[in-house]
Design a protein around this ligand. Structure first.
Ligand SMILES: NC(=O)c1ccc[n+]([C@@H]2O[C@H](COP(=O)([O-])OP(=O)(O)OC[C@H]3O[C@@H](n4cnc5c(N)ncnc54)[C@H](OP(=O)(O)O)[C@@H]3O)[C@@H](O)[C@H]2O)c1
Length: 219
């Protein structure tokens, strides 16, 4: 599978790139600057080769990265999602687009969910993309730090939401190719709101209770 990570030079992009490259996928790092994407891909390749893997990772500007990919992950901060997608809208056709997006802000020492006009980031993303693109939300609650540390076992759950069952199943399978992650079907895309809202709570609980990089597990 060819997977493009828009803003794949950043924190969550790095972890997903490393983990899915290990699983044998063709990874394309996207960036606003092609040079930055190439530099990031070279550093990911070096890290993986040092561990004995043979990764297939390339770097391009975001639009080019999205063009031929089967799956595109919008791994950029929510504040820049709209301008980025509008700028490269013609690069999308019938891909599955994954939203790990979490709109949040800090209020009186706590992180709170910043409810978007349409209810959640994943619904906003869907409405910005051309018809034919299938939006699935996932990975909002996974710590990028732990994801990027490939020696770490990720014994967590990933709640996956989406309106197209086939696309959702595909992303659930992709999530489970990261060892020990369990993908759970979270229903339709509207439910992404609750999954997104969990992240500022995880961060607040971590800060207030002296914990670090929390994720979730349903028991
Ligand atoms: N960090 C986590 O633990 C975590 C966990 C779960 C979900 N998420 C979600 O995943 C998304 C990415 O988070 P992150 O922590 O990986 O973000 P990040 O590291 O802060 O940024 C990711 C990338 O976004 C691009 N970017 C920055 N400013 C931009 C702008 N003005 N316009 C377009 N692109 C811009 C940059 O790429 P270039 O400079 O190369 O263009 C940057 O490397 C967020 O929506 C976040 O809520 C994060």
């Amino acid at each position: 599978m060819k997977i493009a990570l828009l803003g794949g030079t950043g924190d969550i992009g790095e972890g997903l790139a490393l983990r899915w490259a290990i699983a044998g996928h063709e990874i394309v790092i996207g960036s606003r600057k092609e040079e930055k994407a190439k530099k990031a891909s070279e550093s990911y390749i070096e890290r993986l080769e040092n561990q004995g893997y043979s990764p297939d990772i390339k770097g391009f500007e975001n639009g080019k990265a999205a063009e031929d990919a089967d799956i595109v992950v919008v791994s950029i901060p929510y504040e820049h999602m709209e301008s980025t997608i509008k700028g490269i809208r013609e690069s999308f056709s019938d891909q599955i687009v994954v939203s790990p997006l979490v709109p949040m802000k800090k209020v009186r020492g706590s992180f709170v969910y910043s409810v978007p006009e349409k209810g959640c980031a994943a619904l906003e993303l869907r409405d910005l993309l051309p018809e034919g693109v299938s939006v699935v939300s996932a990975f909002q609650n996974v710590s990028a730090v732990k994801l990027a540390d490939i020696s770490k076992t990720l014994d967590y759950d990933v709640v996956v939401c989406g309106d197209d069952e086939k696309s959702k199943k595909m992303i659930m399978e992709l999530a489970e190719q990261i060892p020990h992650l369990r993908a759970l079907d979270g229903g339709i895309l509207e439910n992404s709101m609750m999954v997104e809202a969990m992240t500022p709570l995880l961060i607040t609980v971590a800060i207030k209770n002296g914990m670090k990089n929390l994720s979730i597990k349903f028991i």
